[in-house]
Design a protein around this ligand. Structure first.
Ligand SMILES: [Zn+2]
Length: 281
C-alpha cells in the first residue's frame, strides 16, 4: 500500500525534526541566533549582539544587555569550559548553546634560592597592599551602560613587549599570582593613549605594587587598568576618547624598569589585552 508507506515516511520525518529540536535549539531556524565575535579561548573576551529586550545568561548567570542588544563576557585564564550561553527572547523563545574553550600553555618560571625577605613582605606593607587591592576591586564593581567595548581596541603605547598575560613565577616553591598584564617597555614619560573610549573610575599616584594606577571603564564591567605610571593626565569621572593621551609610562611601584603594564578585566575576570588589539610587529 503506497499510502501507508507515505504516512510512515511522514511520521519518521516529523520524529526526526522533533528529536533534532530537542537535542539542539540551533536546528530550529525560527529562533534567531545572537552574533558573536571574539575568542572562546582562555583569557578571551566575546562580544555579542542580540535582539533588544532579550535576556542573556552566561554559565547560568544573567549578564548585562545594552539597549541595542550588546553584551560581553570574559573567559578566565584557568577556565576549562565548556561555557553555556542562553538567550531568552521577549516572545518566550530560548536559544542556547555550549561552547568548548580552547586551552593555552602559559609560561611558568621557577626561581629557587631567593632570600626569604623578597618572598614575604612585612605586615605594614601587606596591609597597604590589601587596602590598594580593595580600592581597585571597588573601582571594578561598577557596571555602567557604556558600550565602548564593542569598538576595536588600539595599542595604548609604542614599545617592545616584555611581558604577557598568564605567565607565572614560582618563587622558592611558592606559586605567585599570574602576570595579568601586557607589558610594553618604553622610556619614562612615553605617552599612554586610551585604547578605547571610556570613563575614568580610579586614579592613584603611587600604590605599593602597581605605583601610578589608572582604571578606565569601557562599559558592562570591561575595564582597562594601567600601572607603574609616571604621570596621570586624567581625573576620576572624566570621559576619554580612543587615542587620547591619558598618562605617561613609568617605573613606579614594584617595577624593574619603565614599562606600561596594561590589564583588561571583565568584572573580576582577567582577560588577555593582546587578544583585543590588532597583531603588531
Ligand atoms: Zn607587568
Amino acid at each position: 500500500m503506497p499510502n501507508r508507506i507515505v504516512m510512515k515516511l511522514v511520521l519518521m520525518l516529523s520524529l526526526c525534526v522533533l528529536l533534532s529540536g530537542v537535542s539542539s535549539a540551533q536546528a530550529d531556524m525560527s529562533i534567531p541566533e545572537p552574533s558573536l565575535r571574539g575568542n572562546f579561548v582562555q583569557g578571551g573576551m566575546v562580544i555579542g549582539r542580540t535582539t533588544p529586550g532579550a535576556t542573556v545568561e552566561f554559565n547560568g548567570d544573567t549578564i548585562q544587555v545594552g539597549r541595542h542588544g550588546d553584551f560581553v563576557f570574559g573567559i578566565g585564564r584557568d577556565d576549562e569550559g565548556p561555557v553555556q550561553l542562553r538567550v531568552r527572547y521577549a516572545n518566550g523563545q530560548v536559544w542556547e548553546e555550549s561552547f568548548p574553550i580552547e586551552s593555552r600553555k602559559f609560561d611558568i618560571q621557577r626561581v629557587d634560592g631567593l632570600p626569604q625577605q623578597t618572598v614575604t613582605p612585612d605586615p605594614e606593607v601587606q596591609r597597604q597592599i590589601r587596602a590598594n587591592n580593595e580600592e581597585v576591586w571597588h573601582a571594578r564593581q561598577v557596571r555602567s551602560e557604556r558600550t565602548d567595548f564593542t569598538t576595536q581596541f588600539i595599542w595604548p603605547a609604542e614599545g617592545r613587549i616584555t611581558g604577557v598575560y598568564g605567565s607565572q613565577r614560582i618563587l622558592n616553591g611558592q606559586p605567585r599570582a599570574p602576570h595579568w598584564g601586557l607589558d610594553i617597555a618604553a622610556p619614562t614619560g612615553s605617552p599612554v593613549y586610551a585604547p578605547a573610549d571610556g570613563i575614568v573610575t580610579l586614579t592613584h599616584p603611587d600604590m605599593v605594587l602597581s605605583g601610578g594606577t589608572l582604571i578606565v571603564d569601557h562599559g558592562h564591567g570591561v575595564f582597562s587598568t594601567f600601572i607603574h605610571l609616571h604621570a596621570i593626565h586624567v581625573e576620576v569621572g572624566q570621559e576619554v576618547k580612543q587615542g587620547e593621551l591619558i598618562a605617561e609610562i613609568g617605573a613606579t611601584g614594584r617595577a624593574t624598569g619603565p614599562h606600561l603594564d596594561w590589564r583588561i578585566n571583565w568584572g573580576q575576570v582577567r582577560v588577555d589585552p593582546q587578544l583585543l588589539v590588532p597583531p603588531r610587529d
